[in-house]
Design a protein around this ligand. Structure first.
Ligand code: ATP
Ligand code: MG
Length: 289
C-alpha cells in the first residue's frame, strides 16, 4: 500500500520538509490511480456496512491542514464511499463562548460517533495545540492563575500528553482515531488562493484572514512537525499525505480508510441457533401464507 510510506506511529521521526507534497516520488500513473480509487470506494462501502451492522467499534478520521489543502473536498470524496446513515462529519470552528467555558476536550467528547459509525473531524482538538499555541490564545482564556502562569512550553507539553492519553483512552474504549495531515506546498497554496479570489464561485471560500495565517506558513510547518512527533502512536497513527494533487490525496485517503476499516475486522452479527430457528419458522409461515 502506498499510504504506508506516509504513516507515522512514533517509531520513526517525521521530518516534514523531507516529505513530498506531490506524487512524483511514488511514480504513479493518474489513470490507474483513479481506477484504484473507485475500487477502494466500493470496498470501503461494504466494510462500512458490516461495521455499522456489528456496531462494535467507532472510527474517527481527523483531518488537519493549512487553508486550501483540500480538507472539504477530501471529506466530500470519502463520504462517497460511506453509508450516510453511519457517518457524521464534524467541523471544528473557533470555539463558542460556551465551549470556552469548558476544558478543550469537552466539545470533542460531544462529537464522538456511536460505535459502528465513522466520524470525520474537519479540524479537531489539534487546533488547541496548533492555532492556540501559535497565537498564544490560551493567555486570554478564563482559567485558573495556576494554569495560566505556568511556563508556556510546559502548558503545551501537558496538552500533548493529554491528547496521547485521550486517544489511548478512546482506543481502549473501542474507538480508532486515525489522523491525517494534508501536506500542501506553499506554492500550491498560493495557486489555490488566487483561484479562490479569481473564480466567483470560489470567492466564499476565501477570507483575508487566510493571508495572515499564510504569513506564518513556516511556523505552522515547524509546529505541525512537533505536534505529529509528539502524538503519533501505534494505536493512533498520523498519515502525512502529499496534498498538491487532489486525485492522489484522495487515493491515499481511500487506502487509509479501507485499511483502517479492515483492521476493525467488521463482520455481520451472526444469529444464535435459537434466533436462526425462529427465522426458519418465519420463512415457513410466509411461504405457507
Ligand atoms: P476552509 O479551509 O474552507 O477555509 P476552515 O476549516 O479553515 O475551512 P473556517 O471557518 O475558515 O474553516 O475556519 C475555522 C477556523 O477556526 C480556523 O481558522 C481554525 O484555526 C479555527 N479554530 C478551530 N478550532 C479552534 C480552537 N480550538 N481554537 C481557536 N481556533 C480554532
Ligand atoms: Mg479557513
Amino acid at each position: 500500500m502506498k499510504c504506508e510510506r506516509y504513516r507515522f506511529d512514533g517509531s520513526k521521526p517525521c521530518d516534514l520538509r523531507k516529505l513530498p507534497c506531490d506524487s512524483k516520488a511514488d511514480r504513479v500513473e493518474k489513470a490507474e490511480i483513479l481506477t484504484r480509487t473507485e475500487s477502494n470506494l466500493k470496498e470501503m462501502a461494504s466494510l462500512h456496512d458490516a461495521l455499522y451492522a456489528e456496531g462494535r467499534e467507532g472510527v474517527i478520521f481527523v483531518l488537519q491542514a493549512l487553508d486550501a489543502a483540500g480538507k472539504d473536498s477530501t471529506v466530500k470524496h470519502v463520504m462517497g464511499g460511506l453509508n450516510p446513515q453511519g457517518v457524521v462529519v464534524h467541523s471544528f470552528k473557533q470555539p463558542t463562548s460556551e465551549e470556552l467555558q469548558h476544558d478543550f476536550l469537552w466539545r470533542v467528547n460531544k462529537a464522538l460517533p456511536p460505535r459502528g459509525s465513522v466520524a470525520i473531524f474537519n479540524r479537531s482538538y489539534y487546533e488547541d495545540v496548533l492555532v492556540v499555541q501559535l497565537h498564544d490564545l490560551q493567555k486570554s482564556y478564563q482559567m485558573a492563575r495556576r494554569v495560566l502562569e505556568e511556563d508556556k512550553k510546559k502548558f503545551f507539553r501537558k496538552r500533548y500528553r493529554q491528547i496521547r492519553d485521550y486517544e489511548e483512552y478512546l482506543y481502549d474504549n473501542s474507538y480508532r482515531v486515525v489522523k491525517i495531515f494534508l501536506h500542501l506546498s506553499k506554492e500550491e497554496q498560493k495557486k489555490r488562493f488566487l483561484e479562490r479570489i479569481e473564480k466567483p464561485s470560489k470567492n466564499w471560500k476565501f477570507s483575508a484572514a487566510d493571508l495572515r495565517e499564510r504569513a506564518l506558513f513556516d511556523k505552522y510547518q515547524d509546529l505541525y512537525q512537533e505536534v505529529i512527533n509528539e502524538t503519533a502512536s501505534e494505536y493512533s497513527p498520523w498519515y502525512v499525505l502529499p496534498a498538491d494533487q487532489k486525485w492522489y490525496t484522495r487515493y491515499l485517503v481511500s487506502e487509509i480508510v479501507v485499511k483502517t476499516l479492515k483492521s476493525c475486522h467488521p463482520a455481520y452479527p451472526r444469529l444464535s441457533e435459537e434466533a436462526q430457528a425462529a427465522l426458519a419458522q418465519c420463512k415457513k409461515q410466509l411461504k405457507d401464507d
